[in-house]
Write a protein that binds this ligand. Sequence first.
Ligand code: AP5
Ligand code: MG
Ligand code: ZN
Length: 214
Amino acid sequence: MRLVIMGPPGAGKGTQAAMIADRYSIPHVSTGDIFRKNLKEGTPLGLKVKEYMNKGLLVPDETVVEIVKDRLSEEDCRKGFLLDGFPRTVAQADALDQVLEEMNMELDHVINIDVAKEVLVERAVGRRVCKKCGSTYHVKYNSPSRPGLCDECGGELIQRDDDKEETVTKRIEVYLEQTKPLINYYSEKGLLLSIDGGQDIAKVGEQIVKALEI
Ligand code: AP5
Ligand code: MG
Ligand code: ZN
């Protein structure tokens, strides 16, 4: 299965992507995660994207497209993949079409998680991530069994640098301007599955599985 999951910042893309990737045994390809890993390791790519991310702005299309192209050509993506956080502009979506065409592949579905704007800030600001393994929690909606510690690996839970309220608000603005138009883009191609992301994590997951298996 070749999938894209999209939606505003804090909608629950990463949370649902982990479940879907596991269920269908496909790699979860998150451009945000790739950038954060490079930031942490201080690679040239990390240095290049740092300022954009911390300001809540999009990394330039050419940089993102190159990273995704390389990742999709890896062996494990032959059986399918789930793209999370990419594409994020019409130019990226066009580039993805071209990359897939060159590889003789097509997308099966684009999952769009729809969440009211007011809910997004609370979700993002309350998010905590494991420093060691990247697992995601929420102080209120998905709390770990031991406060501040990861259930999976015992690692320390921290807040993402771009999850301060001011930066989250900027990210939402950028989403509305540059990414939301992709809803029409994929709807016109007949690929869009619209999911109500306002419910709890398990219910959103059930809706996605149901939509994929119709
Ligand atoms: P990225 O990492 O993709 O961030 P984002 O799109 O802003 O999305 P988030 O990861 O913040 O939210 P999510 O939807 O994954 O929510 P989650 O599941 O964690 O991108 C970061 C930055 O990288 C960008 O700003 C940009 O600079 C750069 N970048 C990345 N890709 C790029 C691209 N293609 N082009 C250009 N630049 C790019 O959930 C959020 C919280 O809510 C968690 O705490 C979770 O536990 C909780 N939660 C989840 N679901 C529910 C629910 N149903 N009910 C209650 N709580 C829930
Ligand atoms: Mg995410
Ligand atoms: Zn962990």
